[in-house]
Design a protein around this ligand. Structure first.
Ligand SMILES: N[C@@H](CCC(=O)N[C@@H](CS)C(=O)NCC(=O)O)C(=O)O
Length: 201
């Protein structure tokens, strides 16, 4: 989701190939054996296998909304926040969402630990409209999809928390045109005919 947000704002045309994770196509594993999405295959043959690399690549080519901070302190702050999201917060989020995958009876303790990061985000969003200041930027785009996952794990519980600015920031994202575009369904790649040997129909 975050890679696609950056590709969209940077107006980078891509051929979107929707992957069914239960049936990863051999062609995908050939270019990226680790088998996670997203993967971006560049025109010159290079392969980007991390969503943050795709975001950085797209925004370095074209950044019309100035998502990449230009001053060193803001740059450092945004990437440190993203690292916290991808590290500790994601660790607890995964266990909150899928406790049984981790042999836990429930995810409540991890929900509490993940909430420490959300408290910090909520405080930032009380001071400024977005995580890095008055304008939407890379930190918002990189972190929002994960906060959304957290919020949707137990919507009723999330709604009871005293995080009005955080809830509003998430609601505005979910109401945005960018989000609506991202949620459009894409046919799974390769399609039925492409996936079959010639003459099989
Ligand atoms: N650090 C990677 C993580 C990618 C990742 O874990 N993607 C998940 C889906 S969001 C995936 O492809 N999982 C593989 C699977 O479930 O088989 C990134 O940000 O690109």
């Amino acid at each position: 989701m975050r890679a696609r947000l950056a590709l969209r704002v940077a107006a980078q045309a891509v051929e979107h190939r929707e992957i069914e994770l239960k049936h990863k196509p051999a062609a995908m594993l050939q270019v990226s054996p680790k088998g996670t999405v997203p993967v971006l295959v560049l025109a010159g043959g290079g392969v980007l296998e991390q969503s943050l690399d795709i975001m950085r690549w797209a925004l370095e080519r074209h950044d019309p909304e100035a998502w990449l901070p230009t001053d060193a302190a803001r740059h450092q702050d945004a990437w440190a926040l993203i690292a916290q999201n991808d590290g500790e917060f994601k660790f607890h989020l995964d266990r909150y969402k899928y406790p049984h995958r981790y042999d836990l009876s429930d995810g409540v303790a991890h929900r509490a630990q993940a909430s420490v990061f959300l408290e910090a985000l909520a405080l930032r969003l009380m001071a400024n409209a977005y995580l890095s200041g008055p304008r939407f930027g890379i930190a918002d785009a990189a972190i929002l999809p994960f906060v959304r996952q957290f919020a949707h794990t137990d919507k009723a519980w999330f709604a009871q928390q005293d995080w009005p600015a955080l809830a509003q920031w998430l609601a505005a994202f979910e109401a945005s045109a960018a989000f609506a575009q991202l949620m459009e369904k894409h046919p799974v790649w390769p399609g039925v005919t492409e996936g079959l040997a010639p003459g099989a129909l």
